[in-house]
Design a protein around this ligand. Structure first.
Ligand SMILES: Cc1ncc(C[n+]2csc(CCOP(=O)(O)OP(=O)(O)O)c2C)c(N)n1
Ligand code: SF4
Length: 331
């Protein structure tokens, strides 16, 4: 007889229920909230699925399950709700691609009109639905200080529709509409925008960034955001194996390298001022981070584009200095 292997794949999986609770992971605790169930159709190793699960589980715990989620069109919506199924265990509304913030503001206003202050509102969208088509609605929500936590899952492109560039796509990345062909080196430098910085400019109560490499940090930031009222913004870096050309098993490692190379700053801000940063423990050369991803492959061919890699290294160095990520105090 062959050995029976038990895998820890989710709270209610048979393997987890048969194990002694003291041996199980936190995920296997029956008391753990479970906002999104397994069985959805995200790609293997999808950072967005991992990020959304951790964010919504933490929000569910913080609100004791009394919450409404508004979800923009994008991968997260598509892979979690193939009609007539749904993976969501929380009240969940699908908005248009660009108006999740406006719909969430409407839900918050309706709750206020009903005199309900016990139900919290969380909006979520990809980077396209946040930094591009959603920007006006997001900015309006910030400006009015509506009582909504808006979460952007930043996979640095329009993944749902076939990996097109967004304003969060890094320079030199090859995407469906910034192809690296011939002398072209992918997405142009000097384009795009930082939504966390734009959110801070609105001086809203809370802005934070995080990655799926540090799930405790992500949970803590959701809990902090849920303890506050008014407009709050959380920007989570979520590697996309399909769009980035990374190995499915490397999602967490790639997210960690993004932070440790300075290509993604992890910090918190309140009312427009940075209040905390996650220091880089072991700095990683930007080239090592880029090499993990096929979307930057053209930079390392023969002859490759060492001048572009150097420019990206300078960008990482600037971010490290701006947020003092090495703790040297040099800005
Ligand atoms: C007005 C409008 N234009 C285009 C689309 C098609 N569309 C659906 S999702 C999407 C891209 C989503 O990208 P993003 O928000 O970054 O989320 P991701 O899929 O990467 O998670 C696009 C272009 C649409 N639904 N509505
Ligand atoms: S395309 Fe990317 S974001 Fe979409 S489900 Fe696959 S891994 Fe996740």
């Amino acid at each position: 007889m062959s050995d029976v292997k038990l895998y820890q794949i989710g709270t209610f999986a048979a393997g987890n229920r048969l194990m002694d609770p003291s041996l199980g992971t936190e995920q296997s605790s029956a008391a753990r909230t479970n906002a999104i169930t397994s069985g959805h159709r995200a790609c293997r190793g999808c950072g967005e699925a991992l990020g959304a699960r951790v964010v919504l589980d933490a929000a569910m715990r913080a609100s004791e399950g009394r919450m409404v989620t508004v979800n923009a069109t994008g991968c997260l919506e598509v892979f979690s709700t193939p009609y007539p199924e749904s993976s969501w265990q929380v009240p969940w509304l699908h908005s248009l691609f660009g108006n999740a913030a406006a719909v969430a503001s409407g839900v918050a206003a309706a709750l206020e009109a009903q005199g309900r202050d016990d139900v919290r509102v969380v909006a979520q969208a990809g980077d396209g639905g946040t930094v591009d088509i959603g920007l006006g609605c997001v900015s309006g929500m910030f400006e009015r200080n509506d009582d909504v936590l808006f979460v952007c899952y930043d996979n640095q492109g329009y993944m749902n529709t076939g990996v097109q560039r967004s304003a969060a796509t890094p320079p030199a990345a090859s995407t469906a509409n910034t192809r690296a062909v011939g002398t072209r080196t992918g997405n142009a430098f000097g384009t795009g925008k930082s939504l966390p910085v734009i959110a801070m400019a609105h001086e809203i109560p809370y802005v934070a960034t995080a990655t799926v490499a540090d799930l405790h940090d992500l949970e803590r930031k959701v809990t902090r955001a849920m303890s506050l009222h008014g407009a709050r913004y959380l920007h989570v870096l979520v590697p996309c194996p399909l769009g980035w050309g990374t190995e499915s098993a490397d999602t967490v490692r790639v997210a960690r390298m993004a932070a440790e190379s300075g290509m993604f700053a992890v910090f918190e801000a309140e009312y427009g001022d940075v209040t905390a940063v996650s220091r880089i423990r072991r700095q990683v050369p930007v080239a090592d981070y880029l090499r993990t991803q096929a979307r930057f492959r053209h930079l390392f061919g023969d002859p490759g584009h060492p001048e572009v890699v150097e420019r990206l290294q300078r960008q990482g160095d600037r971010t490290i200095a701006r947020y003092d990520l090495l703790g040297t105090g040099e800005r």
